[in-house]
Design a protein around this ligand. Structure first.
Ligand code: BGC
Length: 411
């Protein structure tokens, strides 16, 4: 947003008057599983006597564009879901609230992992609340499809993964389910980089933006693995959304997918059971690492008479019981480390245990693909090069150099 636009926001009259007990949430949760999770939130707000004004917008880019138009028009929602550096982009415009008093009273500082807190705060002030701590380095396998190809355990290495994909192809299955948008290819590539070269390399390349690491033969090997994986995608993959791809695995048309744990919400909605109908393990070679992507509910600087409803919203999202029930439905780990896992299923228990372990040993690290390592410009450059490799528009051997140059041009 431009500086003048930000000024316009501050001087523009409110477009539509809002009721004091209304909570207007702009979000991107539109799939079946996501809607089920959102229901948990809606029920929680009803208990607080809040009126939920639902504003779903499919797709992160569309949400950003629509949100910008709303804000410029003076139509300020109570809150909007966002991730990574986007929270800072909005905070820089001076349009977000300051929840620091509430945060101190509720001790969010000790409950939320520091790696995630970083994006819930701007200049030391809480500007939103995290709602779901997703991680992306998961491999999802349909058990019936695995049996069909004689796969009795999830692949434990990249080599074993390629063997399984080849067998699925020979059996007439779609080996690898994936959707056609660059963010999905980048989500996959994050895991591939760690699996190919380890977490230290991932940090050198993406956190430090070390030129030698970006251009290295290790990075080329990661791109080669990505390119090889892309050859196992369904020929029609470019038309698919993430949840269509997940559905292909749920229904057994595809053997596997590599996806963030939002996929679990779809399995849950389809009444599929972990370890029975599907297997879910860490992507081979990333077992000790948690590459996270969290949903943050950023709070806007609303008029005084709307603040009490906003405070109730923030408090209820951070409530331990809500964190447990919402994230059981959403597929994520709770954002607070002090939520008991008693009510979680086996997958939820593992997700939380992994996050807790990674949080204490320094391996809880943001996903490059989800804006948790680098600002938007670099994230976009990453999407662009990764997608071009996946679509065979550039050779993996040229991609490392191209990525380094693309990053250098925007950093
Ligand atoms: C979001 C999740 C969402 C998923 C699929 C991720 O980027 O963090 O909340 O469920 O995309 O839409």
């Amino acid at each position: 947003m431009l500086e003048e636009e930000a000024l316009l926001v501050r001087s523009h009259p409110q477009a539509r008057p809002r009721m004091a007990d209304e909570v207007r949430l702009v979000h991107w949760w539109v799939s079946g599983g996501e809607a089920a999770a959102l229901d948990v939130l809606k029920q929680n707000l009803a208990k607080e006597d809040l009126v939920f004004n639902d504003t779903p917008i499919a797709g992160g880019d569309k949400l950003k564009a629509d949100l910008k138009a709303m804000i410029i028009g003076g139509d300020i929602p109570t809150a909007a879901v966002m991730s990574g550096y986007d929270t800072w982009n909005w905070a820089q415009q001076g349009v977000l609230a300051d929840l620091s008093t509430l945060a101190a009273a509720e001790d969010w500082n000790s409950a939320v992992p520091a790696a995630l807190q970083k994006f819930c705060k701007y200049n030391g002030k809480w500007i939103g609340v995290p709602v779901a701590l997703h991680s992306i380095n998961w491999l999802w396998i349909n058990t019936a499809a695995a049996e069909k190809i004689g796969l009795d355990a999830p692949p434990a290495s990249m080599d074993a993964l390629f063997v399984a994909l080849e067998q699925a192809k020979a059996a007439g299955l779609v080996p690898l389910a994936i959707g056609g948008q660059p963010w999905l290819m980048a989500t996959l590539f994050d895991s591939v980089v760690v699996a190919t070269n380890g977490l230290d390399f991932y940090k050198r390349a993406f956190v430090d933006l070390d030129d030698a690491a970006l251009k290295s033969s290790d990075m080329i090997r990661a791109f080669q693995n990505l390119s090889r994986l892309s050859s196992y995608a369904d020929p029609g993959y470019s038309r698919l959304n993430w949840n269509d791809a997940t559905d292909m695995v749920i229904t057994g048309g595809a053997l596997l997918e590599i996806s963030g744990d939002w996929a679990k919400a779809e399995y849950r909605s389809a009444k599929k059971k972990a370890d029975v109908d599907y297997l879910c393990v860490r992507f081979p070679g990333t077992e000790d690492d948690v590459l996270f992507n969290a949903d943050i509910i950023a709070m806007f600087d609303v008029e005084p008479d709307r603040q009490s409803a906003q405070t109730k919203l923030a408090k209820s999202i951070m409530d331990r019981a809500f964190q447990a029930s919402f994230n059981d439905a959403k597929g994520a780990a709770p954002v607070r480390m002090d939520v008991p896992d008693a009510t979680f299923d086996a997958f939820g228990k593992k997700a939380l245990a992994d996050v807790r372990a990674a949080n204490s040993n320094g391996t809880l690290i943001g996903a490059m693909s989800h804006g948790y390592i680098q600002p938007t410009g670099i994230q976009q450059a990453y999407f662009d090069v990764v997608a071009r490799v996946f679509r065979s528009e550039i050779r993996p051997e040229a991609a490392a150099e191209t990525l380094a140059e693309a990053i250098a041009a925007v950093k």
